[in-house]
Design a protein around this ligand. Structure first.
Ligand code: 13P
Ligand code: SF4
Length: 328
């Protein structure tokens, strides 16, 4: 058995994680799509923008990132002096996979008069090839600061890009990537669910395709959807994003009813992000104990990628914690 997989029998993982967190001066950051037990152990739970901001500001020596690799990479780009560990290095993202850096570079070269506005769900190499990074909670604020006549390429999420194009009457050229999780929602099943709960509003993430977004009463990032859940006046909300976020809603509003939007057979697990699901308590314990797997980024690449992330943090100032793309 390798060092990475050897967990002593009989230990209380939560207690050990707590002990290691103090011993290592570590901060545990978790995304809303993580398993409830990881969200509950984290020092901070947030959306991509909030987690990037925390990573940039923390005075901890170690960042244990319960999320996917592009998020942990972002933490390392912004805080290179910290040790950044990710419980499972295979926790990728279909959007990142859809956008190989060499193809993205060629796309940019074919459009030299365009700037590259790029969703944070991409590799460090693609960040280094971009002008400004956005998250779903900062995209609106950032796009509204770019002059209307500036030509833009937007990647890798064609649904978020399409949503922004429609909402802001822009003609950004879109990279053809999608999130496999948000693609899996079924319009037919959503309408059946809505017919059973006609009073329930639908809150959707902008990574959803237009046939889902068109039925939404609210469209926003994970933290935007959470804010909406905390403020909508009714009793029942239909949630069209990865269902682990419902944990935070049920904690904040135990008297309300939150229903995950269905996939094609009405009752599948296809809306659980398979990458986020790779992290668990055991792997968090091991990465805090062994300080691996560790994120390492070549320095020239990191510095190049940091420029587009710094631009995001500068242009997004004021949106942190609001998580809001707004109503449709
Ligand atoms: P948020 O920035 O809204 O948390 O989205 C991250 C993500 O990966 C959604 O699939
Ligand atoms: Fe990537 Fe989709 Fe998973 Fe978010 S939910 S990390 S976009 S695959």
């Amino acid at each position: 058995m390798t060092k990475q997989t050897a967990i002593p029998t009989g230990i209380d993982l939560r207690e050990e994680i707590d002990r290691l967190r103090k011993e290592r001066n570590a901060v545990i950051l978790a995304h809303y799509y993580q398993k409830p037990e990881l969200q509950d152990l984290a020092d901070f739970v947030g959306d991509s923008l909030e987690l990037s901001k925390k990573a940039a500001e923390t005075d901890a020596d170690v960042i244990a990132f319960c999320g996917v690799k592009f998020m942990a990479d972002t933490a390392k780009i912004l805080s290179p002096e910290k040790i950044v560990v990710l419980p499972d290095m295979d926790a990728g993202c279909s959007l990142e996979d859809s956008c190989p850096p060499d193809k993205f570079r060629a796309f940019r070269e074919r459009h030299p008069d365009h700037i590259a506005l790029t969703y944070i769900n991409c590799s460090t190499e693609v960040k280094a090839l971009s002008d400004v990074i956005v998250t779903s909670s900062s995209a609106e604020t950032i796009l509204s600061q770019i002059p209307a006549d500036q030509k833009i390429i937007f990647g890798p999420d064609r649904h978020l890009g399409g949503y922004l194009n429609r909402k802001f009457n822009r003609e950004m050229l879109l990279w053809p990537g999608v999130c496999i999780v948000h693609e899996a929602f079924s319009e037919r099943e959503l309408l059946k669910l809505k017919a059973e709960h006609p009073e329930a509003p639908i809150a959707a993430h902008p990574e959803c395709p237009p046939h889902i977004i068109d039925h939404a009463d609210y469209v926003g990032s994970t933290s935007g959807i959470l804010n909406f859940a905390k403020t909508f006046p009714g009793d029942t909300l239909i949630v069209a994003t990865e269902p682990h976020i419902i944990h935070q809603m049920e904690k904040a509003l135990p008297e309300k009813n939150f229903i995950g939007a269905p996939g094609a057979d009405g009752n599948c697990n296809c809306n659980i992000c398979p990458y986020m699901a790779l992290n668990n308590l055991e792997k968090l314990y091991l990465c805090l104990r062994d300080l691996e797997p560790r994120i390492e980024i070549e320095e020239n690449l990191r510095v190049a990628a940091k420029k587009s992330l710094d631009k995001m943090l500068e242009l997004a100032a004021g949106t942190i914690g609001k998580g809001d793309l707004g109503r449709v």
